[in-house]
Design a protein around this ligand. Structure first.
Ligand code: HT7
Ligand code: ZN
Length: 846
């Protein structure tokens, strides 16, 4: 397969006029008629139009039929065969939405037509310059007897069997969308700050109308927030959201017609958990925010993906922080970053935030592009300050509206708006790998405290030479009595090693470094347990307060794993004190109580040169939980009672935080009573959050048979809730049986290989069950590889994404590595392996 390189970028040599599309919908034989003008930008060049899985019926230039030969996914018409000036291109193609299981292009889901065009799905709809830097307006006619016919922009005409839409905003083809089906609207309305009346609709399948309220509330909150915080208004008369069951990712920001995985839209107290409600709120916001950061200003080419994704993730994180509390949000984001992005960055799939080559772009919708991309925006904001950030964003929106941009354009607006030189900062975009930041301290009795910061960059598979990065390190100093000595400062580390002096101090301070997780680095700062406990009790920076506790817990667990050392009384006392401290938000206390996960511990051990044993880690973590539970036993029942919100279910931040602390306490209690409290919680649960928490405890306690049967009987017909039923059984299964449970579930009549949510429920859970997936006999590896092969034949994108379960291969012992390699080799050798999965497997094999 061909590798695409950033360095090979060439502008498209023609300017496009408005695109006219007519769709004559039929499940297995939809006709698509396209028509647009092309004007050479100067010079004479071949015309290249991409197309895949299309049956060409007819093509014409300036009305005259031509013989076009599709070859290797494109039609090329030699410059000599084209008119000299502007000309019109027309084509008619036939496509098969019902047979499209890849869920890219136009496909069918439960009798409904829908599209997914990012990144290169439009070429499965018609021949087109399917690249993000070709922007134009679209006029669309849909012919079908289905009652609801939607496309981008504003509706312009409708009648029996047809509808017409016009999108006045120039857009690239990846933002095109079409939906047709028997759908019901949950309507709403929004008035923009300049007085534009916008009709809002959440479109769902009949029966799902009562699960749309939360999505609509979240949408309105997002629209208001973007006006207030970024000064960005919505720009059409209508905004439609459609829920689809079969979908490869979370959602898609098509102009004026967002298409969502139904799990990222539908929620009701009895079907969705707090985590679901929060995820929906964040994804609705994310897709809506793309209207400006992605749609009005898009990417020149797919190497610039983080330009829209990093920025939009940063914006949705800010939104959630404003709505739900910035401290807890920052901790959750750091946890996600470390779990997913650090994991990617330390393995064979490491790549820079702006990659320089790819085989299949769908493989680069990664934690690095999204989450690390967002961290880079956060660092920029920190370096230029809030006012500088605002000035830069205002300049970005005015200068680049309607354009397809690069990261150079983005950094330039920051340089011009703030006068800062970002040449060194730009290295963050091209250097893969998680930097390490070592901190050492010196104190001299003359009252000078010196912090020495040293950065190092790991080697990564691309072999790129690493240069020092520009790292903002927010730092505070505390007095031994716990008071702050001065406001936090941002130390700017630009050399490999730099020392920063703090003078005129009367006593040796306690340093709180990398506050608010001000850079995506691995911090190594040798501090005693007593110092960490002090910071856990006193740090005014909530992130570092949590981080001190986290580091303590990680070290306690690491010592238990590697030396069998039981936890110190100090750690147990610190945890108990924290739990009792009612001045702390419940959500924060729950986060502090959460022990590092098994995968996290495997990464920690591997990072210190040890070979992690998944079973040993599992046993040690369980035993630490039990010890902690015993120590906290007197507090647990009271906490479970006190943290049960009264009144009807609400996903507000306070109730959500209370439930998370309550269910954390329930999990600990289960370590002591074998599931008795969980049994009562299961009976009493009046919402899905509590139900799922109790069910997980019952499975872990080995007494969930009745509950699982009752759950299935009650929710058997509910797709999204049944995903939870599939997922939780595998996730919470003991390591010895997780793969068997997963395999048995694939024989369940409701297991559906064509539905990515269901596949992810079973196999995402298997790879997340760390010790279960890494079972010593290799059954976890084999089962996943078997099913990846089956899925790849239908849906390469999701198969490739799920294959990342193997990305941690280099961490483990020789036997496990050999077994993982064997499975990857087996995949690689499979006939008809997709380009998507093929690229991932090759990269993981190195
Ligand atoms: N921009 C979108 C990324 C995307 C996608 C979404 C759904 C299905 C397939 C997809 N391929 C790429 C989603 C986002 O980041 O908002
Ligand atoms: Zn996005």
């Amino acid at each position: 397969p061909q590798t695409i390189h950033l360095a090979d970028y060439r502008p498209f040599p023609f300017t496009l006029g408005e695109v006219q599309l007519t769709f004559r919908l039929a499940p297995a034989a939809t006709r698509v008629l396209s028509r647009f003008t092309l004007a050479p930008k100067g010079g004479r060049e071949d015309l290249v139009l991409f197309g895949a899985h299309l049956r060409l019926i007819r093509a014409a230039v300036n009305g005259a039929e031509i013989r076009a030969e599709p070859k290797d996914g494109q039609i090329r018409i030699a410059a000599a065969d084209l008119p000299e000036g502007p000309f019109t291109w027309e084509a008619e193609v036939e496509i098969d939405p019902a047979g499209n299981t890849a869920l890219e292009g136009l496909y069918m889901s439960n009798g409904m037509y829908c599209t997914q065009c990012e990144a290169e799905g439009f070429r499965r709809i018609t021949f087109y310059p399917d690249r993000p830097d070709v922007m134009t307006t679209f006029r669309v006619r849909i012919e079908s007897d289905l009652p609801v016919l939607l496309s981008n922009g504003n509706p312009v005409a409708e009648g029996p069997g047809f509808a017409e839409w016009h999108d006045p905003w120039p857009k690239p083809s990846y933002l095109f969308a079409l939906v047709a089906g028997d759908l019901r609207a949950h309507p709403g309305q929004f008035t923009t700050r300049s007085g534009r009346e916008v009709a809002l609709n959440i479109w769902v399948r009949p029966g799902d109308e009562d699960r749309c309220d939360w999505a609509l509330t979240s949408l309105k909150a997002s629209m208001r927030w973007d006006e207030e915080v970024y000064g960005r208004e919505y720009d059409l008369d209508i905004f439609n959201i459609v829920a689809v069951d079969d979908f490869n990712m979370g959602a898609m920001e098509n102009k004026g017609l967002n298409i969502f995985n139904s799990r990222a839209v539908l929620a009701r107290a009895d079907t969705a958990t707090d985590a679901d409600f929060m995820r929906i709120e964040a994804i609705i916001a994310h897709e809506y925010f793309h209207n400006w950061t992605g749609n009005r200003i898009t990417c020149r080419d797919w190497f610039q993906l983080c330009l829209k994704e990093g920025l939009t993730v940063f914006r949705d994180q800010q939104f959630t922080g404003d709505l739900r509390g910035a401290a807890v949000k920052r901790i959750e984001d750091a946890l996600t970053l470390r779990d997913r992005q650090f994991r990617e960055d330390t393995g064979p799939l490491a790549h820079p935030v702006r990659p320089s080559s790819f085989v299949e772009i769908n493989n680069f919708y990664t934690a690095t592009v999204y989450e690390k991309g967002a961290e880079l925006i956060g660092m920029l904001k920190r370096l230029v300050g809030d006012a500088g950030y605002k000035a830069a964003l205002d300049l970005y929106f005015t200068r680049h509206d309607g354009q397809a941009c690069t990261l150079e354009d983005w950094l330039k607006v920051f340089e011009e708006a703030t006068g800062r030189d970002l040449t060194q900062f730009a290295r963050w975009y091209s250097q893969a790998g998680t930097p390490r930041l070592e901190v050492s301290e010196a104190w001299d009795e003359a009252g000078v405290f010196t912090l020495t910061l040293r950065q190092s960059q790991p080697e990564t598979p691309d072999g790129v030479e690493k240069l020092p990065l520009h790292i903002p390190v927010v730092t505070g100093l505390l007095n031994p009595n716990g008071d702050e000595l001065a406001p936090s400062v941002t130390l700017e580390l630009t050399e490999t090693e730099q020392s920063f002096r703090f003078e005129g101090l009367s006593t040796r301070p306690i340093a709180s470094v990398l506050r608010d997780f001000s850079a995506p680095v691995i911090l190594s700062h040798r501090q005693s347990d007593a110092t960490r406990a002090f910071l856990l009790a006193h740090d005014s920076d909530p992130f570092n307060r949590w981080e001190a506790g986290r580091t303590l817990s990680r070290e306690v667990l690491a010592r238990l794993i590697s030396e069998g050392t039981p936890p110190s009384a100090d750690w147990l006392a610190a945890m108990a004190a924290l739990l009792r401290d009612e001045s702390l938000e419940p959500a924060f206390r729950a986060l502090c109580l959460r022990l590092p996960g098994e995968d996290d511990m495997a990464a920690t051990l591997a990072g210190s040169g040890l070979v992690p044993d998944p079973h040993h880690i599992h046993r040690a973590r369980r035993s630490l939980q039990t010890t902690l539970a015993r120590h906290l036993a007197p507090q647990l029942p009271g906490l479970i009672r006190a943290m049960t919100p009264q009144g009807p279910y609400s996903p507000d931040p306070t109730s959500t935080g209370q439930r998370s602390l309550k269910n954390m306490a329930l999990a600990l209690q289960t370590r002591l009573d074998g599931g008795a409290a969980a049994q009562s919680a299961w009976q009493a649960a009046d919402n899905m959050t509590d139900q799922m928490a109790a069910l997980a405890c019952l499975i872990e306690a080995g007494c969930a048979g009745t509950a699982l049967r009752a759950f299935e009987a009650r929710y058997g017909g509910d797709r999204l809730v049944m995903d939870k039923w599939f997922m939780t059984q595998v996730l919470c299964a003991p390591p010895e049986t997780a793969a068997d449970v997963a395999e048995a579930l694939t024989a369940h009549p409701k297991f559906d290989l064509k539905n990515p949510n269901r596949f992810r429920a079973v196999f995402g859970a298997l790879s997340a069950n760390h010790a279960g997936f890494h079972r010593a006999d290799g059954t976890g590896y084999r089962l996943l590889a078997d099913w990846l092969l089956r899925l790849d034949a239908l849906n390469p994108q999701t198969a490739a994404r799920m294959s990342t379960a193997f990305e941690t291969l280099p961490r483990y012992d020789a036997d496990r590595q050999a077994m993982m390699r064997e499975e990857l080799q087996r995949l690689k050798a499979a006939p008809r392996l997709s380009r998507d999965l093929g690229e991932m497997v090759s990269r993981m094999l190195g």
